[in-house]
Design a protein around this ligand. Structure first.
Ligand code: NAD
Ligand code: DAU
Length: 339
């Protein structure tokens, strides 16, 4: 298979490439990543031993640079590349529209022009908005995004489906719940809590901490994407989730127990504007059609994730170090301190 993956230096994209190349080492895989603050060359360690692997440093908006790869024939595109952090989208929404919507449309139009046989758009449960105490999101739940990140992902989903309906491009949308696991950038809740706890620094909990997320281990997500890539139906949306609903406070307390640190590190801080209260995913469709379901138990997966961050202190220390901060100050005009 000749596959173009975008965002493969980030959290889920790098886990997916590692998973996929181990399973199909003969794959010709082109990894396109801009290496933004969230892209990290250390996440791609070991990939180059696979003879068919190639890294391309490029923006998914860069048509000129990407066109030759499409022109030389691709079976599939898997688009992970995105600005992915909700808090950043609230502070600086423009780049979210540019990468998540414009970038996706650029890839879709190249895929259409050069006859790509399958286009997997990696989306999120956030496009459905928020739930109250009851109910779950299904694939037919109306889109009702509440923050700029979620709105940009919903825009990309709609463009993908429009390319399917209008031009017959075989687009498939996957919508996954909150991932956790190795290589997650320490701005997201779980790695941030692990690292702050290890350093005995305050742990910010937004609002009352009773918001609910449906946590899935990244490896379960990768396994689901493999099934969708191989056997998913074009024009369809597939929800992916693990039915592991936990309040943020439960997650924080569990991590503190795992690392043996006191609850007095918890700080209740101001809430995130437009904060979604609860996500929960119905996964009957992917289970019924593709025989997939999550396998990794949350307690075990979380303990393994904590162990990974303990064993890979250099990975996150480098991210938090002055050198990395200076790099971002130079390139992006801000520092990541406190993340
Ligand atoms: P991430 O922020 O860790 O990684 C994003 C990657 O995209 C980085 O390597 C970055 O360098 C790259 N990138 C950003 N802008 C780019 C551009 N213009 N051109 C090329 N590359 C660019 O994100 P993640 O958590 O791994 O999420 C990956 C995808 O999965 C995203 O599309 C996100 O919306 C989706 N998703 C994430 C979750 C989650 O819990 N993290 C859940 C559901 C869906
Ligand atoms: O649901 C899928 C989405 O999950 C993905 O589409 C996004 O890319 C991914 O970033 C994630 O979004 P969330 O906003 O749910 O993840 P985050 O880790 O930022 O926050 C998880 C919850 O924890 C959320 O309710 C906000 C809360 N939170 C987060 C941080 C960073 C805190 O209470 N304190 C924090 O410091």
């Amino acid at each position: 298979m000749r596959l173009l993956v975008t965002g493969g230096a980030g959290f889920i994209g790098s886990n997916f490439i590692r998973y996929f190349l181990r399973r199909y080492p003969e794959t010709e895989l082109i990894n396109v990543d801009l290496l933004t603050y969230a892209g990290n060359v250390a996440n791609m360690k070991g990939f180059s031993v696979y003879p068919g692997y190639r890294f391309v440093h490029a923006d998914i908006n860069d048509r000129r640079k990407l066109e030759p790869f499409f022109a030389s024939g691709l079976e599939a595109v898997v688009n992970f590349a995105a600005e992915s952090h909700v808090d950043r989208s609230i502070d600086a929404p423009v780049i979210f529209a540019r990468t998540n919507i414009d970038g996706t449309v650029n890839l879709l139009s190249l895929a259409q022009r050069y006859g790509v046989k399958r286009f997997i758009q990696i989306s999120t449960d956030e496009v459905y908005g928020t739930l109250g105490a009851e109910g779950v999101f299904t694939e037919t739940t109306p889109l009702a995004p509440n923050n700029p990140y979620a709105a940009s992902k919903a825009g990309a989903d709609l463009m993908g489906l429009a390319f399917y309906t209008t031009y017959g491009l075989p687009v498939i949308i996957t919508r996954c719940s909150n991932n956790y696991g190795p290589y997650q950038f320490p701005e997201k809740l779980i790695p941030l809590v692990i690292i702050n706890a290890l350093r005995e620094e305050p742990i910010p909990v937004y609002g009352d901490g009773q918001q609910v997320r449906d946590w899935i281990h990244v490896e379960d997500h990768c396994r689901a994407l493999e099934r969708v890539l191989l056997d998913g139906r074009p024009g369809q949306v597939y929800n992916i989730g693990a039915r592991t609903e936990r309040t943020n406070l439960e997650v924080v307390r569990r991590i503190l127990q795992l690392v043996g640190k006191p609850e007095r590190l918890i700080r209740f801080v101001g809430d995130r504007p437009g904060h979604d209260r609860r996500y929960a995913m119905a996964v009957d469709k992917i289970r019924g059609e593709l025989g997939w379901e999550a396998q990794i138990d949350f307690r075990q997966g979380l303990a393994q994730t904590v162990a990974w961050y303990l064993e890979h202190r250099n990975w996150w220390r480098t991210i938090l170090s002055g050198e990395y901060q200076d790099y971002y100050q130079r390139n992006y005009g801000y520092r990541l301190e406190g993340q």
